[in-house]
Each structure stands twice: as C-alpha cells, then as structure tokens.
Design a binder for this molecule. Structure first.
Ligand SMILES: NC(=O)c1ccc[n+]([C@@H]2O[C@H](COP(=O)([O-])OP(=O)(O)OC[C@H]3O[C@@H](n4cnc5c(N)ncnc54)[C@H](O)[C@@H]3O)[C@@H](O)[C@H]2O)c1
Ligand SMILES: [Zn+2]
Length: 358
C-alpha cells in the first residue's frame, strides 16, 4: 500500500493507494471515523463493491443512498435525496459520508457532506481511474445546474481517500482510457520524467498491471496534492490543472455533454493547448508530436469533432473560467512546465482553432 498526504494544515488528509484495500477492514476501519456511515453510491457500483465496504466496517451503523447512474443525476434533486436519507435516519453530527464510485458520486456525496448539519466528515472511495487521480483529491464538490456544469458546490476536503486499484478491473476500457488523459496532464504540467515514464509504461497501465497502475495513480495524486496544498481555492497555480480544459469543455458542450467522455475531450484539448503553445513560441513541434503519439497509443482522440471554429470559440467564451472578457489559457513552456496566461498573440489562438476544428 502507498500512502501520501495532502498538506492543508488542520484539514490535511491521507490518500491510500493499492490493490485490495477494500478487503482490509483494518485499513478501511482506521480511516472512516467512528460513528454512523452514510454510504453514497450508484446502481452500477454498489452491487460490485458495497458488500466489501460493509464487511470492512463490521458493527457500524450504515445507511445508504444509492442513486441512478450518470452525470445527468449530478443534480440538486439527487443532493436532496441524499440529505433526505440523512434526516430520515437522524444521523448525528459525528456521522461520516462515504462516497463509493466515480467522480459523479464523489462530487455529490462531498457536497452532501458539506451541507448536512453545516458539514460532516467525508471519505472518498474512488472507483474510476479519473476519480482516483483527480476528482477525489482536492475538495471540490458540487452538482450541475441546467445553466451549467458544476455551478453549485462547496470546497469540502475529505478526511481520507482510499483508492483500491482492484476496483478498476470492472471499469469499462473506455473509462480507463479517459482517466489516462488526466494522468498524462500531470506529466505535461509538472513532471517531464513522469511523462517519459508514461511513454515507456502506458501499455502496462492500460493492461491493469497493479504496480504500473499504482505508480501512475500515486504520482498523479502527489502532483495534484502539491498544487492543491499551495492553492486550495484556485487563486493561482491550481488553474494549471485546467490544461486542455478550455478547449475540452468547448468540445463537450458543442457535441452535447456525454457524447465525448470528459477525458477524451481533455485529450484533444491538451493537444490543442500544445499546438497553441507551439504557435506562441514556447513548445517545439517534436514535443507536440510526442504528445500526439502518446495520446494515440492510449486510444484517446487526437482530432477535434466536426464543429466550426466559430462555434467552438463561442463555447469557450461562455466557459466559467473566462474572466473579464479576456480568455486565459494554460500553455506549456515545455513538457513538464506550464503557465496560465491571458497574454498571447490572437493569431496563435486563431491558427489553433482553424487547425483543429472543421
Ligand atoms: N471534484 C473534482 O475536482 C473533479 C475533477 C474532475 C472531474 N470531476 C467530476 O467527475 C465526474 C466524472 O467522473 P468519472 O469520470 O469518474 O465518471 P462517473 O462517476 O460517471 O463514472 C463513470 C462510469 O463508470 C461507472 N463506474 C464507476 N466505477 C466503476 C467500477 N469500478 N466498475 C465499473 N463501473 C464503474 C459509473 O457508474 C459510471 O457509469 C464529472 O461530474 C466531473 O465534473 C470532479
Ligand atoms: Zn478534467
């Protein structure tokens, strides 16, 4: 088992990573605070893993909120359902909300934990690769609104993250590939040696090799933990984690959410950010080619969907990260180093958009 810590003073917490953690009652029991448990999961994940989780928490009061599966259920209605279960069972202030599932379940459960009695403890048990390397770490929680994704939410850090890599064995291959996009992102923004390692080991990760998966997840969590530790509320460096996301969100929105998985859109978006970095004179073409080759090997998209540059630009402008009309981008100085900037030649963006969008 690998353990690392997200350093946030009194809100610091451990991330545990390894195969079979859910089968270890000592590990799970030690990290789910005493008191009642509100288990939040969905109809896909609960039948697979809720039994193991309950066996790891013998003698504890456990009540359940099992939601339908899907991003379309990441809503205020689902939040209300979770809170209704908490109230109906008169859960006390010392109860813990445990999220068992992917990012949708984690974001919802975390927001419920932030709201119930103005905040109760929260444990993340992420079961998708994306959730294990990204959404379970950092304390962003929330729901979607018809007016936009993740518009309503709170910062609420978990007290522990337990990432059992064995759960990835049942994850659809397409979801595993999508999670790899965020892993590649960490190499690009922060660690050239990790990017090199991925070029050598990505096939082992995709094949589910436990050592390779654990290393990839651990290094990703370390990088996210370091960035979140410096800038919990995204006033500065945390924005680096949005590499490829402005282009990616435009792809998701323009194609209709759910057509492309988030990680797929981020993959194409990162390639566009790399191309724009090259247009700005930061990145060499050989590095753009390395990224393209790695994404291609993973089976992630390296081309944009059939959307006009104008439509893509309109979606980018309504992205919530746009400040005061000037679009900011995360660009790559080189592989392993990124910057957030609103200073770039207009042609660099235009050339990138026309180069990728129909
Ligand atoms: N809070 C954050 O910092 C943050 C960061 C990134 C993404 N997110 C959010 O995360 C969500 C996406 O998360 P996701 O990619 O995990 O999607 P998801 O939660 O929808 O999970 C993907 C699919 O895999 C299924 N699944 C989960 N674990 C499984 C397993 N072990 N075996 C079989 N099937 C399994 C789910 O039921 C679902 O159908 C989005 O809502 C996004 O906004 C949040
Ligand atoms: Zn993302």
């Amino acid at each position: 088992m690998n353990t690392l810590t997200v350093e946030l003073a009194e809100r610091s917490y451990p991330i545990l990573i390894g195969p079979g953690l859910l089968d270890h009652a000592d590990v799970v029991g030690a990290h789910v605070p005493p008191g009642a448990v509100l288990l939040v999961s969905n109809t896909t994940v609960a039948p697979l893993y809720a039994g193991a989780l309950k066996r790891a928490l013998p003698g504890r009061t456990i009540v359940e909120a099992i939601l339908p599966d899907g991003e379309s259920y990441k809503t205020l209605d689902s939040l209300a359902r979770i809170l209704d279960v908490a109230v109906a069972n008169r859960l006390a202030r010392d109860s813990t909300v445990v999220a068992l599932g992917g990012g949708v379940v984690g974001d919802l459960a975390g927001f419920a934990a932030a709201c119930y009695q103005r905040g109760v403890d929260f444990v993340q048990i992420p079961t998708t690769l994306l959730a294990q390397v990204d959404s379970s770490v950092g304390g962003k929680t929330g729901v979607n609104h018809p007016g936009g994704k993740n518009l309503i939410g709170a910062f609420h850090q978990p007290v522990a993250v337990i990432a059992d890599t064995n759960t990835l064995a049942t994850l659809p291959a397409r979801e595993l590939r999508a999670g790899l996009a965020e892993i590649i992102k960490y190499g690009l923004i922060h660690d050239a040696a990790f990017f090199d390692w991925l070029e050598v080991n990505v096939d082992r990760v995709l094949a589910g090799n436990a050592d390779a998966l654990t290393h990839a997840i651990r290094r990703s969590c370390e990088i996210k933990a370091e960035i979140v530790g410096r800038d919990e509320r995204e006033r500065g460096d945390r924005a680096l984690l949005n590499l490829g996301h402005t282009f990616g969100h435009a792809i998701e929105a323009a194609t209709g959410y759910g057509t492309w998985l988030h990680g797929e859109a981020v993959a194409a978006g990162m390639l566009m950010a790399a191309a724009m970095s090259r247009e700005c004179g930061y990145l060499g073409e050989s590095d753009v080619a390395r990224l393209r080759a790695l994404l291609h090997r993973v089976g992630l998209p390296i081309a944009a969907p059939d959307v006009t540059p104008q439509t893509a630009l309109e979606h980018m402008k309504i992205d919530k990260k746009v400040k005061a009309g000037r679009m900011r981008f995360v660009l790559l100085k080189r592989i392993g180093a990124a910057l957030v900037t609103a200073e770039y030649p207009a042609e660099a963006l235009q050339t990138t958009l026309t180069g990728y969008f129909g």
